[in-house]
Design a protein around this ligand. Structure first.
Ligand SMILES: Cc1ncc(COP(=O)(O)O)c(C=O)c1O
Length: 431
């Protein structure tokens, strides 16, 4: 199977990528990978839950799953050195997309681990004053759960409410930070309502009070420009599978000053300067690096296209059925996010009526747990409005034709559901 120099024969022939509409086939000499099944005929509109792997990312990864299997921490021979070089390049690409330095990048298994490392690692390594954490109530569970664990361990943890638009209340944050030094953790964009926080202003406030600022930018990296040093972010979390990279990889990007305070949570062979032990997954690193490289060049045009598509979808629904309202700020929002409340419609029933559309009621975690969304509750929606809310996520591979089909299917289903409701009302009111 292996050719000389550790290269698989497989990787020598360039792959052919055929994008045949919904069927994406990557052909190689002896095999064929289907990235989506045509027979399902589903339109994928759940890009905040996860993104498909970009074929360019897949292509970059293949050699490192086969011939180039060296251990990057064992660089005394060619196998190890090539793996090490690939990881080094990936670090540069990851650092570049967030305006950081390659040495700031700590590779993790995903955003969950990165958030845990930031919060628990800093709580453990904090020096001087007692550790305090300030965050907001609409954070992802991978921030809120470690925060709850820290609170039950006796640390001072403050979870602030957000304003109705889903934005941080800066005055309240200011007051809270004047009580003493803290780590502030606020996600750059919310995974459910897609609301973008004023990151640079939050960072400025933190630094004025001598506090550290961590942002979970899993939903933001590759979608909206970020500049860690320019914006004053001390620690930043990102995730591969939210940015057209593979699942099972992410990173905590941390400035030298914050790394000095960080206690490792994964102990072992001392890799990554002792901050996160374990052999780094080379193919996943290469995939994440390529995902960042692609996004760096395409983010701007993609953002404009998705903003247009979102307006087109919302406009079509408004014209056809009306009563569709943004959840959270309409302006400060990820380009592809359409979290909306549809008056008079039960979201679960709606989703069941459009099996050809992959959309969700809320975040991937909340949807599978069956609990009403704490994010929508936090921005002041009533229980009925929460039951009527769906999250539609548009992304890189969404086409205008898909947007139009989705609008059409949704409008038909909404019309039918409202009609059913009004018939039921008439029957209860009638004799
Ligand atoms: C904002 C945010 N943070 C963290 C995570 C967890 O990411 P991962 O699956 O990489 O652990 C997600 C994914 O759902 C997310 O949307």
């Amino acid at each position: 199977m292996l050719a000389s120099g550790g290269q698989a024969k497989f990787s020598q022939k360039p792959a052919r990528t055929i994008d045949s509409g919904r069927l994406l086939v990557v052909e190689r000499k002896n095999s064929k990978y289907l990235s989506s099944k045509k027979q399902e005929q589903q339109i994928y509109l759940d890009y905040q839950a996860t993104t498909p792997v970009d074929p360019r990312v897949f292509e970059a990864m293949v050699p490192f799953l086969l011939g180039e299997f060296g251990n990057p921490h064992s660089a005394l021979h060619g196998f190890g050195r090539r793996a090490e070089a690939a990881v080094r390049r990936a670090r540069q690409d990851i650092a570049m997309i967030v305006g950081a330095l390659p040495e700031d990048v700590i590779i993790t298994s995903g955003a969950t681990e990165a958030n845990n490392l930031a919060l628990r690692g800093l709580a453990e390594g904090w020096r001087g004053s007692p550790f305090r954490l300030v965050s907001i109530g609409i954070e992802h569970p991978s921030v809120l759960e470690p925060a709850a664990r820290l609170a039950s361990a006796g640390f001072d943890v403050v979870i602030l409410p957000v304003e109705a638009e889903g934005l941080v209340d800066l005055k309240r944050l200011d007051r809270e930070l004047s009580r003493g030094l803290a780590l502030v953790s606020v996600a750059a964009a919310n995974n459910e309502i897609g609301v973008l926080q004023p990151i640079a202003e939050i960072a400025e406030l933190c630094h004025r009070h001598g506090c550290l600022f961590h942002t979970d930018a899993s939903q933001t990296v590759g979608k909206v420009p970020l500049d860690m040093y320019g914006m004053g972010i001390d620690l930043l979390t990102l995730s591969g599978h939210k940015a057209y990279g593979p699942k099972g990889i992410g990173a905590l990007v941390a400035t030298a000053e914050s790394r000095r305070l960080l206690a490792p949570q994964m102990l072992g062979g001392g890799q990554q300067d002792g901050l996160r032990a374990g052999t780094v997954p080379v193919a996943l690193c290469v995939g994440l690096g390529m995902a960042c490289r692609v996004a760096s060049t395409e983010m701007q045009s993609e953002g404009l296209r998705l903003t247009d598509y979102r307006a087109r979808l919302l406009g079509a629904l408004e014209t056809a059925v009306g009563g569709v309202m943004f959840n959270g700020s309409a302006l400060c929002r990820l380009p592809g996010n359409l979290s909306v409340c549809i008056a008079g419609v039960d979201a679960h029933q709606l989703i069941a009526m459009v099996p050809e559309l992959a959309i969700s009621t809320g975040s991937a975690c909340a949807s599978s747990g069956g609990h009403p969304s704490y994010v929508l509750k936090a921005i002041g929606l009533t229980d009925e409005e929460i039951r009527s809310s769906v999250r539609i996520g548009l992304g890189r591979f969404t086409t205008q034709d898909e947007v139009d089909k989705a609008a059409d299917r949704l409008a038909t289903a909404i019309g039918r559901l409202r009609c059913r409701e009004s018939v039921a009302d008439c029957q209860t009111i009638g004799p």
